[in-house]
Design a protein around this ligand. Structure first.
Ligand SMILES: *Cc1c(COP(=O)(O)O)cnc(C)c1O
Length: 398
């Protein structure tokens, strides 16, 4: 079993060790929730100050033309594209993942008008499943089929997450994509728990969506992204046909005419201030070798499983190829255990009914943090610190 000194030696030899200084983290905290809200990059506050004081404050409405605000959904999309294996003109940034799911699934349905089945995973992050339920109700006559039925036949579209938010289990993207295509369906991949954690290649996907506030550190409420494969860009329609997806938004025409290319998937006014924060985060990400991120992610998650896996039930796959960058543990009193852990300086989160989640963001999580988190968890369990009354009262966000 690796001891603390061994972990310190691993940190000293870590090729990504210098990236930790790019982030602001409070002293005395082991932060293992980068899969829910990534830590702030150090450069973000200066970038946001510039957006408010230098751009908004000096240029006022001129910022749309002279500070690049209007182009942000596309410029940020092009900056993000390499992180998902996409090229320029294939990704648009804006809105939320929920909205991007609606856009992608509805566009896929229009491309398969003779089919009425949407395959979706009932155990996926609920918003994915909720959005397709709402879309099917709106359309009338469409059916949402649970992935658990194991059938893609007759499906117009399959919506799936690469990495399961609860267990960290990872789908075999090329195999599932090929299966969907063999059944004549289109596929939408949700990359919320992949981007910034894994090497992603969307080139075989039809559509992909994801958020930027988890592993990408874009900040709370930062905009989502939508990828549309170039082979669909001419025909795919944006059901949310807002003015920013129009061919000439400032012609103020009465009829919607879609823009050429990915811009037709823009909807309304860009989120300029939160986009500034995302822009700062991408300054960091453009220097990051993703193969090293994945290698470190596998090492960190494997180390944590080695340290805790004998005393708690591991809900995540033990095979690293089948796992994202998180480790989930089961405990019948998971909620108070997590609260006690947080009070003792180790931040993870809880997902009902019994899952303790630990996300390992390789840019700022050290091997010694993994060691300390495991040691603190052992102390919370051995001393039954979680039995304190206070920890049983649920806070609104778990
Ligand atoms: C985090 C997450 C979302 C978030 O959706 P929002 O609309 O940005 O709140 C959606 N899907 C999955 C799989 C997620 O993990």
């Amino acid at each position: 079993m690796p001891d603390r000194d061994h972990c310190l030696a691993l940190d000293a030899a870590d090729p990504l060790r210098e990236f930790r200084d790019e982030f602001v983290l409070p002293d005395g905290v082991v932060y293992l929730v980068g899969n829910s809200l990534g830590a702030p990059p150090r450069r973000t506050s200066e970038r946001m100050r510039r957006a408010v004081e230098d751009e908004w404050g000096r240029l006022l409405v001129g910022g749309w033309n002279h500070a690049g605000w209007y182009a942000q959904p596309l410029t940020l999309g092009d900056r993000l594209a390499p992180l998902i294996g996409a090229g320029p003109g294939q990704v648009v940034v804006g809105n939320t993942t929920s909205i991007a799911i609606y856009q992608a699934v509805s566009a896929a349905l229009r491309l398969r008008p003779e089919r009425r089945v949407i395959v979706s995973d009932a155990t996926n992050f609920p918003t994915d499943h909720y959005m397709v339920q709402g879309l099917a109700r709106m359309l009338g006559g469409h059916e949402v089929r649970d992935l658990a039925e194991g059938r893609f036949d007759g499906a117009a579209v399959v919506l799936l997450s690469e990495v399961d938010y609860r267990t960290g289990a990872r789908q075999d993207v090329p195999a599932v994509t090929a299966r969907a295509h063999a059944a004549g369906a289109l596929i939408v991949w949700d990359l919320c728990h992949s981007v910034g954690a894994l090497e992603v290649d969307v080139s075989a996907a039809d559509f992909a969506v994801g958020c930027t506030y988890k592993y990408l550190n874009g900040g709370p409420g930062s905009p989502a992204f939508l990828y549309v494969n170039p082979r669909h860009q001419g025909a795919a329609e944006n059901a949310l046909s807002g003015w920013n997806g129009h061919a000439e938004p400032f012609a103020f025409e009465p009829e919607f005419r879609p823009a050429e290319g990915i811009r037709r998937f823009a909807v309304g006014t860009p989120h300029v201030l939160s986009s500034a924060a995302l822009d700062a985060a991408l300054d960091v990400w453009e220097r990051v070798p993703m193969d090293q991120v994945r290698a470190k992610s596998v090492a960190l998650t494997s180390l944590f499983i080695d340290l805790v896996g004998d005393r708690l039930d591991v809900a995540s796959p033990r095979d690293p190829d089948r796992r994202g960058s998180q480790v989930s543990l089961r405990h019948p009193d998971g909620y108070p255990v997590m609260r006690a852990l947080i009070d003792n300086g180790v931040h993870g989160d809880f997902r009902a009914p019994d899952i303790l989640r630990f996300g390992f963001a390789p840019l700022y999580t050290r091997y010694v943090d993994v060691h300390d988190a495991a040691a603190t968890l052992a102390r919370v369990l051995d001393k039954e610190l979680w039995r304190d009354e206070r920890y049983s009262q649920r806070l609104p966000v778990t």
